[in-house]
Design a protein around this ligand. Structure first.
Ligand SMILES: C[S@@+](CC[C@H](N)C(=O)[O-])C[C@H]1O[C@@H](n2cnc3c(N)ncnc32)[C@H](O)[C@@H]1O
Length: 210
């Protein structure tokens, strides 16, 4: 993520952090579903990292789903993290929130059993390839990476509008995820009668790298 890109995103979320939780349920589809499926695919992670954790919605679900796990959330936006901090206060020392752009090792020297990207990777422009490579370094040997995000849209005007909102949806994430991780589950789903597609991917290290 370039400094310019990061600055635009933090400015964007200065306002959007206020309306985020009230509005995003209507288009960030698949978040509840992937967390539910993780209960099966990653039954007992000790350490969880969410990259681009935003207002902490997913960390709260994960905190309840995995009562023994510690959780780290990284995000560029102090405004989003402020909402997350309030929401997650009840989880005490189990949650750490870090305001930084994501890079390997930014969360500390420890490795994670589960790394989640929920509608964040599509905003890493530039930097999505580096972020996918960085996860491989932050995972334990048996660790799992889970991604839910925008995939693509056949509507040019919609892709351009999402670009204005810092989101790239050109089908670029899934091929790289498949290349770097061995898929355990993946799906492309349709939203609003095909206006766009979103992806769900859960994978582990390729056998040779494990
Ligand atoms: C659409 S929100 C998703 C929030 C949350 N994961 C969810 O599912 O509701 C994307 C988040 O990613 C963060 N973000 C974007 N680029 C980032 C980067 N390079 N490093 C860390 N966080 C980033 C944004 O600040 C924002 O909070």
């Amino acid at each position: 993520m370039s400094a310019a890109g990061g600055g635009q995103i933090t400015a964007y979320y200065r306002f959007h952090s206020v309306i985020y939780d009230a509005t995003r349920w209507s288009f960030l589809f698949g978040r509840a579903g992937i967390l539910l499926e993780l209960a099966d695919l990653c039954p007992a992670p000790k350490r969880i990292l969410e990259v681009g954790c935003g207002t902490g919605r997913n960390l709260r679900v994960l905190g309840d789903q995995y009562p023994r796990a510690t959780m780290t959330g990284i995000d560029l936006s102090g405004d989003m993290l402020r909402v997350a901090r309030n929401k997650l206060a009840g989880y005490g020392q189990r949650v750490s929130l870090i305001q930084k752009p994501y890079a390997a090792g930014v969360a500390g020297p420890q490795k994670f059993d589960l790394v989640l990207f929920s509608y964040s990777l599509s905003m890493f422009n530039p930097g999505w390839e580096e972020a996918i490579a960085a996860v491989a370094e932050d995972l334990t040997p048996d660790g799992v990476v889970a991604v839910v995000d925008f995939h693509a849209s056949r509507l040019g005007w919609f892709r351009r509008w999402m670009g204005v909102n810092h989101v790239r949806m050109e089908g670029h994430l899934l091929p790289r995820l498949r290349q770097k991780f061995s898929p355990r589950r993946e799906r492309i789903c349709s939203a609003y009668g095909g206006a766009w597609q979103y992806l769900m991917f859960v994978g582990g290290r390729p056998a040779a790298a494990a």
